[in-house]
Design a protein. Sequence first.
Length: 358
Amino acid sequence: MQSDPLAALAGRRVGAHLPLAGGMVKAVDRALAIGATCLQVFADNPSAWRRRAAPPADLPAFRACLVEDDVLPLAVHGPYLLNLAASDETIWDRTVEALAAELRMASVYGAAYLNVHIGSHRGHGTEIGVGRIAEAVRRVLADVPVLASDPPPVPAGFRPVPCGPLLVLENSAGGGDGLGGTVEELAAIQEAIGDAGADTTRVAFCLDTAHAWGAGYEISRPEEAHRLLAALDAALGPGRIVMVHLNDSKAALGSHVDRHEHIGAGAIGAAGLRAMLLHPSLSAVPFYLETPGMDEGFDAVNMERVRTILRGDPLPELPPARARRVPRPAGRPATRAAAKPREGAARPRRGRSRAGAD
């Protein structure tokens, strides 16, 4: 566990997409163990249309841990089946219904962002696809009015989200008729959402570095990374990128293929990722890792590789497979995870030992 994880990350909020299957509070413990300063999760099965009707029993403890341990902001990643651009009415209707349910649940989770893939027009053309996206977003936001009685917690200096979770649309690699692969398409989507009558203050964008590489942006070169960020600010408006998926890529530049790789071990490399991490326009934007093998210890390996990049040190070789299996902390006993603390009792803070933590 890092004694001062924020300082070790040069003041940046960097975390990982971690599973909740082992326990919600244990996910926060794991974030602390790997030195993460923010967290992304699934709120439900990402490969199913049906969404949970009620929140998990240990959600209050999870939310309290995030705030007390300063693992913020929280992002919820939406299900993979959604296709906002679908022309098939059944798929489109199910997308709208599922996304509305997910937005409600993200609010209950205290998430600042609900991140979703934009989808594919499936051969019906960009114009039709963009129109379908805009109408889907309008319908979802109309179905889900501002829910948060108190705004989701975000770190000091970050964009406040007084209307509850932002609906965050993610750029694509552009394969399979996928939309949102270029700056111009993202700008067209934003304009169409406004023209459809949706409240654009509740919508923002996520930049996935591996997707940008697959779409043809040569962000391995720092000057090209800076150029892309400047183009996004010019086309969307400053501050419209509210989160980054920090991933290296196994794919070829411009291949329209989405294949994530470990930090600094892929085609983008350390220099390009460092340019993203340290860019002034992203100083109050969280970075979430979606690199391979999170449940095999790669979460810790890749977080350490981020810290190495930020220090400007050369990256070591990736460890052998056996060495990557980092023991996961036992966390709090199950009875404590869902229980309220005793009156007057305090939870351990960052940097202090806690039972079962590495």
